[in-house]
Write a protein that binds this ligand. Structure first.
Ligand code: FES
Ligand code: FES
Length: 159
């Protein structure tokens, strides 16, 4: 039996798309398998780890528990776009400077959470950064360096 399909219209990294797919499929699979955007990672698959985070209309959302239909008419931004000149490339640069990745698996999601924060609060204090990264698990223990990198990126964006 074929899965039901619907045309879900949205933008992904600024590109307007009409996705003729099962609307119940999780956004994470569409990004990775249909659009080839492998930077968004599969971790727990249950909304608990934050490795799969993307921006939806500027808000950090777990793609693993977001059905495709939920992005109808919305703007999806993945970690790939953050590194473009009109994204927020200073974030990845500061993560490199501060060595804020170890295994790196969770880094995409952390960058997306940080971008969501800086998108609405360009001058956060440490507590705001910690709160923004609270939904991102990292077993390598780089949280302290990630907070420092986000604060440094915010400072750079002010200059
Ligand atoms: S893979 Fe989505 S929250 Fe863990
Ligand atoms: S750098 Fe995050 S799990 Fe290792």
């Amino acid at each position: 039996m074929n899965s039901p399909t619907a045309s879900v219209r949205c933008t992904v990294n600024g590109r307007a798309l009409a996705l003729d797919l099962n609307p119940e499929i999780r956004l994470l699979y569409v990004l990775r398998n249909d659009l080839g955007l492998k930077g968004t990672r599969y971790g727990c698959g249950a909304g608990d780890c934050g490795t799969c985070m993307v921006l939806i209309d500027g808000r950090a959302v777990n793609a693993c528990d977001t059905p495709l239909w939920a992005v109808e008419g919305k703007a999806v931004t993945t970690v790939e776009a953050l590194d473009e000149p009109d994204g927020m490339p200073i974030l990845a640069a500061m993560f490199t400077t501060h060595q804020a990745a170890q295994c790196g698996y969770c880094t995409s999601g952390i960058l997306v959470s940080a971008a969501a924060l800086l998108g609405h609060n360009p001058n956060p204090d440490e507590a705001a950064v910690r709160a923004a990264l609270d939904r991102n698990l990292c077993r390598c223990g780089i949280h302290q360096r990630a907070v420092a990198a986000v604060l440094a990126a915010a400072r750079e964006m002010q200059t």
